[in-house]
Design a protein around this ligand. Structure first.
Ligand SMILES: [Zn+2]
Length: 144
């Protein structure tokens, strides 16, 4: 495995993300200039939030890239964080900042999908029933 090559790849991708984030924040600033009324603060808050949300994937990748670079430095690069197995070279070439081997990442995806499903069900369950829910509600409150 050519660590120097991978390191270069990681640094290039890092640069690329930082640049695109910079561009995005510049555009964001340009949009804001010219707005000078009382709603200014609200607009700023909203667009900042949008900006962060849009860039969440990029920031995550950035974090993973830094992690991978650190691993190259301390000699743990290419080792699965979950099970300690050596991650396949092809996999690392495709995604140099990958943290898990194929098996573990598949498991993680299953767990994640399961958690998401549970969260959706929980959300669904806390929606009160449209009719006839009043009695249930008063029973649920403990009287002391
Ligand atoms: Zn693993």
């Amino acid at each position: 495995m050519d660590l120097e090559k991978i390191k270069k790849q990681l640094l290039e991708k890092r640069e690329q993300i930082l640049k695109s984030m910079e561009e995005a924040s510049k555009n964001d600033l340009n949009e804001k200039t010219g707005v000078g009324d009382d709603a200014d603060n609200v607009t700023e808050e909203l667009s900042r939030e949008t900006f962060y949300r849009l860039n969440q994937a990029d920031r995550e990748t950035l974090f993973l890239i830094d992690l991978a670079l650190r691993k190259i430095e301390n000699g743990t690069y290419g080792i699965c964080e979950e099970c300690g197995a050596v991650i396949g070279e092809k996999r690392l070439e495709a995604i140099p900042w990958v943290r898990l081997c194929i098996d573990c990442s598949q498991n993680e995806e299953i767990v994640r999908a399961f958690q998401q499903k549970n969260e959706e069900e929980m959300l669904y369950n806390i929606i009160p029933p449209a009719l006839g829910g009043e009695e249930e509600e008063s029973k649920a409150v403990p009287s002391e």
